[in-house]
Ligand binder design. Structure first.
Ligand SMILES: Cc1cc2nc3c(=O)[nH]c(=O)nc-3n(C[C@H](O)[C@H](O)[C@H](O)COP(=O)(O)OP(=O)(O)OC[C@H]3O[C@@H](n4cnc5c(N)ncnc54)[C@H](O)[C@@H]3O)c2cc1C
Length: 431
């Protein structure tokens, strides 16, 4: 007997709007579009929304993973009679208007691709195999386990060379993720590991931050970049600018213009590549992988197919010829406008073009240390840190998650410590 896979969505009088991806763009869109106008179906390969900006805190044991994940079913039920399906969208046929998913096919009237981005290893399979990424909650948990396992191994390793490789942490990529992660590791070393691993010479633990460009935080002001460099260096992080990684075999990092670094811990934070659904290749921009859209988020050549957020590249904005920044505010703003444009579409009114409102950039380096650029203004230090905390706290989905995050931060602040350094799911790398 053959088993017929199906997403089991009932027929409806309303046009069917399928949103692929429950990230920042996807969840904002379904919040704004009315279930009176469309039969709305959200599909995601995970049953939760991830708040990626705080992944590094999960990786370094500062936050529980549950605090930055929100169940999509719980979210969807707030907005009326919407449908959620847990499935991987494998292909889209924009001519026939059909989606092929791991659980069955689904026809649509309008499809919105909001599938985000994945880690970009720039085609280097060796780096992909041996380094650890930090693009999802499972990856952040892997990293947490790796850090702790390797310190445990370092204690029982008698060979000093092998022990040093276990205690060298190399972070590749000096953007916000690399900066935040290296700062968090430096603080773990200072406030936590020194006490808890008294039988390990903690001065041997080294954190390296490798960046190919001449400055950290490339998207931020010169002042923010300089201050970040000074703060990280002051915290003991060895920042290597204008430095590129050539290769990594799991034990030794080969660099373009510097001595190799022995390390069993290489964390890849050097960029992302868009993750479009197969079937829209004609509209894919290379090398970014993003889907080219017009100012109304319509995918080039496919009028009933839209793209939002990290996966989209709006071509018509002269201020952003290489596309808008792949950050949460851009995804959210595009989703809000598309919801409005769906109303206009149904009422046969003209669509409004997208205009990005840059709300500024910020990064935290550690306790009471952050840099903020807003509307041409730059500030750093304790106030910047509180601004960073507030903005991130308010952006987390769900009151309970916000409260849990606030309580964990408060505890970490008071005690210089959290109790989340657990190897629940041991990390295994094939060496
Ligand atoms: C470590 C890290 C730190 C960051 N820090 C910041 C920050 O501080 N500030 C900031 O503004 N931005 C930050 N970003 C960027 C920000 O998270 C992204 O810009 C934002 O998530 C983009 O939203 P999106 O909706 O386009 O995609 P995402 O939020 O990535 O959502 C994509 C969704 O699509 C789903 N999906 C993908 N493919 C499929 C498929 N084929 N089938 C079914 N489901 C699929 C995924 O499961 C996911 O739920 C950070 C990103 C990372 C990785």
């Amino acid at each position: 007997m053959t088993y017929q896979k199906s997403l089991n969505i009932p027929n409806s009088e309303l046009p069917r709007l399928v949103v692929i991806g429950g990230g920042f763009a996807g969840i904002r869109l379904i919040k704004e579009v009315s279930d009176r106008d469309f039969q709305i179906v959200l599909i995601d390969r995970n049953n939760y929304h991830s708040f990626q900006p705080l992944l590094y805190q999960v990786a370094t044991g500062g936050l529980e993973p549950d605090s930055i994940a929100y169940p999509l079913r719980k979210y969807v039920k707030r907005f009326g009679k919407l449908f959620f399906r847990l499935a991987d969208v494998e292909k889209i046929d924009p001519e026939q208007k059909i989606l092929y998913t791991s659980e069955g096919d689904l026809s649509y009237d309008y499809a919105v691709v909001a599938t985000g981005a994945r880690t970009n290893f720039f085609g280097n399979s060796q780096l992909e195999h041996f380094t650890v990424g930090m693009k999802s909650i499972p990856e952040a948990l892997n990293l947490r386990s790796l850090i702790l396992q390797n310190l445990e191994k370092a204690i029982v390793t008698l060979d000093p060379t092998k022990r040093q490789a276990l205690m060298n942490f190399v972070i590749v990529g000096g953007g916000p993720t690399g900066v935040e992660l290296s700062g968090a590791l430096a603080e773990l070393k200072k406030f936590v590991f020194r006490q808890e691993y008294h039988d390990l010479k903690m001065s041997d633990m080294q954190v390296f931050l490798i960046e190919g460009a001449p400055k950290l935080l490339g998207g931020m002001s010169e002042k923010a970049s300089q201050k970040t460099l000074a703060m990280l260096t002051g915290m003991g992080v060895k920042v290597m600018l204008n430095c590129r990684i050539n290769d990594y075999d799991g034990v030794k990092v080969e660099l373009e213009n510097a001595n190799p670094i022995p390390s069993n811990n290489v964390i890849w934070a050097a960029g992302v590549k868009a993750a479009p659904v197969p079937g829209l290749e004609a509209a894919v921009h290379q090398p970014s992988g993003r889907l080219l859209t017009n100012a109304f988020s319509q995918v080039k050549g496919f009028d009933t197919c839209f793209a939002l957020g990290d996966v989209a590249l709006i071509e018509d904005d002269a201020d952003y010829p290489r596309g808008h920044p792949q950050v949460a505010p851009a995804a959210i703003q595009q989703a809000e406008l598309l919801a409005q444009n769906f109303k206009n579409l149904l009422q046969e009114k003209p669509l409004k073009p997208f205009k990005y409102r840059d709300k500024g950039s910020m990064a935290t380096i550690g306790r009471k240390k952050a840099v903020v650029d807003i509307s041409g203004l730059y500030f750093s230090g304790t106030f910047a840190w509180f601004v960073w905390l507030f903005v991130h706290l308010m952006s987390i989905v769900g009151f309970k998650n916000r409260l849990a995050t606030l309580l964990q931060w408060f505890n970490n602040y008071l005690n210089f410590n959290s109790a989340l350094r657990l190897i629940i799911r041991p990390y295994k790398r094939n060496i």
